[in-house]
Structures are given as C-alpha cells and as structure tokens.
Write a protein that binds this ligand. Structure first.
Ligand code: HEC
Length: 189
C-alpha cells in the first residue's frame, strides 16, 4: 500500500495512505486469483486420475485451503467464491449486489457473449470488489457437476451425503457457474 508522509514542522509527522487506484485494484485482484488457482491446482494435481478420491479431497479440504489462503493475504484482502446454484452453502452470495452481479454474468453467458475477464465494484465501505466469472469450461467438471448420466453413483452418493441440498448439478460444459470475488480495501491506515 502506498504511503505519503508529510512533515508538519512542530506538529510532527502525519502519515496517511493514498487510496488504491482502480488499476492497482485490478492488478491485485488478478494476482490474488492466480495465486489461489496455483495453490488449488497443486493440491488436487496428484488426484487427477481418481475422480472419487478427488471428490473426497474437495469435500474435506476446500474450506481449510481457503481459510489458510485468506490468512496469508495482507492488507485486509479476502477471496471467496459465490454462486446462485451452490453445493457448499458457504458459497451463497452475501449481499444484493453480489446477487445482481451473478445475475448479470448469467445474462451475458445466456446471450453468448465472450465473458468479461472481470468487473470491479466500489462498495459503500470503500472496498474494491473484483468479480471474475467462473465458467464450466473443462470437460472434467461434469464428472461432479453434471447430469445423472455423467456423475458416477459413488460420487453422487458422496455428494448427497455431504451436501443434502446440493444445487450444483445438471450443469453442462460451457455453462456459467459462479464468480471468484476478491475484496480489496481501497484505504489502509
Ligand atoms: C472431483 C469432483 C469435482 C470436480 C471434477 C469439480 N468440482 Fe467443483 N466442487 C466439488 C465439490 C465437492 C465442491 C464443494 C466443496 C467446495 O468447493 O466448497 C465444489 C464446489 C465448486 C464451486 C464452489 C461453489 C459451490 O457450488 O459451492 C465452484 C465454483 C466449482 N465447484 C466449480 C467447478 C468447476 C468450474 C469445475 C471444472 C473445472 C469443477 N468445479 C470440477 C467437486 C468437484
């Protein structure tokens, strides 16, 4: 975070932070997501050929991975995932604005646009919020988020047990799935 220090003669030194620019927030949002993806991919890489084991790992480890990742971030930055069709109830949108942005992405996807890399919002609390759309763009996704014919009975069972209200099923390749949200305080004193 940039700091400006003013020497005020007899009154001593006053330090205040210059607000982050939109461009800086854009960069921080993107870098934070890239870092998270790297860590997540490294975590699941070794299970790539065993979808059942990978399901177990996703069920057991995702929350912890996210908590640890967020604890490693500085300057009040936070990362989460949101969706209107959630598997993990923690991933529901928390504000009306989050919901509206998900709906806007959904409309763009339905209209067949090339999806924007991100949209950035400034909240009432002076935080930038960086939203990157998540598309179901790899064919592997449907093994755990697809229709009945695509999900093996063992995996379906495991998901049903752990997420009795699972809404993240019946997706097809190319569908809009949700967003990664990075919250970035614009001021830090
Ligand atoms: C091996 C099974 C498996 C595969 C393959 C898989 N997922 Fe998931 N997914 C899960 C599980 C389990 C959860 C719930 C745990 C969590 O992430 O909080 C989940 C949660 C999510 C969430 C968080 C939102 C929510 O509904 O809770 C998103 C977004 C997501 N998956 C997207 C994808 C995408 C995109 C792909 C393909 C690149 C994919 N998943 C492939 C099992 C899988």
């Amino acid at each position: 975070m940039k700091k400006i220090t003013l020497a005020l003669g007899l009154f001593g030194v006053l330090t205040f932070a210059e607000p982050l620019s939109l461009h800086e927030a854009d960069k921080i949002g993107e870098e934070t997501i890239q870092n998270f993806k790297q860590i997540f991919k490294a975590e699941i890489k070794s299970y790539k050929y065993d979808t059942l084991l990978m399901t177990k790992v996703c069920i057991e480890k995702t929350d912890l991975l996210l908590t640890n990742f967020n604890q490693s971030l500085q300057g009040g930055i936070k990362l989460k995932r949101i969706t209107q069709k959630e598997r993990n109830p923690k991933n529901k949108p928390e504000t009306q604005e989050e919901l509206k942005i998900l709906q806007a992405f959904e409309l763009l996807a339905q209209a067949g646009t090339f999806m924007p890399k991100n949209v950035i919002q400034m909240t009432q609390e002076d935080n930038y919020k960086y939203f990157a759309p998540i598309m179901l763009d790899e064919k592997t996704c449907v093994a755990c988020h697809g229709s009945k014919e695509r999900v093996s009975p063992e995996i379906a069972n495991l998901l049903q047990k752990n997420y009795p209200n699972d809404k993240a099923i019946n997706y097809q390749r190319g569908d809009f799935r949700g967003a990664i949200v990075v919250t970035i305080p614009s001021q830090s004193f």
